[in-house]
Design a protein around this ligand. Structure first.
Ligand SMILES: NC(=O)C1=CN([C@@H]2O[C@H](COP(=O)(O)OP(=O)(O)OC[C@H]3O[C@@H](n4cnc5c(N)ncnc54)[C@H](O)[C@@H]3O)[C@@H](O)[C@H]2O)C=CC1
Ligand SMILES: O=C(CO)COP(=O)(O)O
Length: 320
């Protein structure tokens, strides 16, 4: 297997460091200056500082190197994935394309694997997702993720090739569940951050995590996901990590909203765009997802944390 990673942000870089323990890897950055600087310093100072990139990672901005691989991990933000796939579709036919991003596209309301299927229909699409900070992966700390692929033989092959001594992949065929878990946990992480930033308390945060999981299961049921996927690594596992750790950018974004502080607009916050996508998906399917809805409004500055709290608490009482 010849492995390449498209997207040299924090996650793409972390994955390249980890997968290099299995052999040669290509890491593609869209910016040629950034690729040259990374190749010279063997470090991604902008997105993943203080982690050495091994010598067997080829760092390049030349797409030809990506197209020479048979297996390409896509570590490009979810809202940019569709354009990238559309632009490069003719070179990606027949390849294994593994989405590593977490989100639902605002324009199409598709998850990352559905985007692959739409733009490169004869590729083998898969999803790599679950609880994993890029820094932990880069440090080769023990990590367990879900590798979801509809084609079980291809999935098993990818599971074997992409696992490392410290990165343990669990195989699933439930691509929809894996897509939804990764996308929605970011939305709920923003809500958790708002809760803590606004000093609503840890009990309230536990309620948000639990009721957030109920929303994930509700939309999962409507879209045909399997319940175990949403309580597994790619659902509950990632939700638990991201809703409780300052290392999460989505959580920190929520903290800033809650505390009414500014936040660096150049940070990748997948949950903000996905909250809007999910709210539109919910409308389409006649679902009530109140936490996702308030996160969409909070992220776009339409409401403040107090209004969000009142909105959630004043809803009619109901069965759990
Ligand atoms: N950082 C982390 O710990 C983890 C991130 N992820 C997911 O990985 C995805 C990427 O996130 P990060 O690498 O952390 O973000 P990042 O902000 O560190 O890097 C994003 C990268 O995408 C590139 N990029 C942006 N627009 C592009 C375009 N139109 N075409 C090609 N490349 C483009 C940027 O140049 C940058 O290198 C996200 O969906 C995120 O949810 C998943 C697990 C862990
Ligand atoms: O997905 C992640 C951990 O599993 C990273 O979360 P953030 O994008 O919130 O930093």
């Amino acid at each position: 297997m010849k492995i390449a990673i498209a997207g040299a942000g924090a996650f793409g870089t972390g994955l390249s460091i980890s997968l290099a323990s299995n052999g040669q890897v290509t890491l593609w950055a869209r910016d040629s200056d950034a690729a040259l600087a990374m190749a010279a310093s063997r470090e991604n100072t902008a997105r993943l500082p203080n982690h050495k990139i091994p010598g067997n990672v080829l760092i390049t901005s030349d797409l030809e190197h990506i197209f020479a691989a048979d297996t390409i991990l896509l570590a490009i933000p979810a809202q940019k994935l569709g354009d990238w796939l559309e632009e490069n579709a003719r070179y990606l036919a027949g390849k294994r394309l593994i989405a590593c991003c977490k989100g639902i596209d605002q324009a199409s309301l598709r998850g990352p694997v559905a985007q692959i299927e739409a733009y490169v229909p004869d590729a083998i699409g898969a999803m790599l997702t679950g609880p994993s900070f890029a820094t932990d992966i880069a440090k080769n700390l023990p990590t367990a993720l879900t590798l979801a692929c509809k084609n079980i033989d291809e999935g098993a092959y990818l599971q074997a090739c992409l696992s490392t001594p410290t990165l343990r992949l669990y195989l699933s065929h439930d691509v929809i569940g894996a897509e939804l878990g990764g996308a929605l946990k970011n939305v709920i992480a923003i809500a958790s951050g708002v809760c803590m930033g606004a000093n609503f308390g840890e009990s309230a945060r536990a309620a948000i995590i639990t009721r957030g999981l109920a929303e994930m299961q509700r939309i999962g049921r409507a879209l045909g996901a399997e319940p175990e996927t949403l309580t597994g690594l790619s659902g509950f596992g990632d939700l638990a990590l991201t809703c409780t750790s300052d290392a999460s950018r989505n959580y920190r974004f929520g903290l800033a909203i809650g505390a009414e502080k500014d936040f660096d607009p150049n940070t990748t916050i997948e949950g903000a765009a996905t909250a809007i996508s999910v709210t539109n998906l919910a409308k389409k399917h006649g679902l009530d997802l109140p936490i996702c809805r308030v996160v969409a409004d909070l992220s776009s500055g339409k409401i403040d944390p107090e209004t969000a709290l009142v909105t959630l608490l004043s809803r009619p009482l109901r069965k759990e």
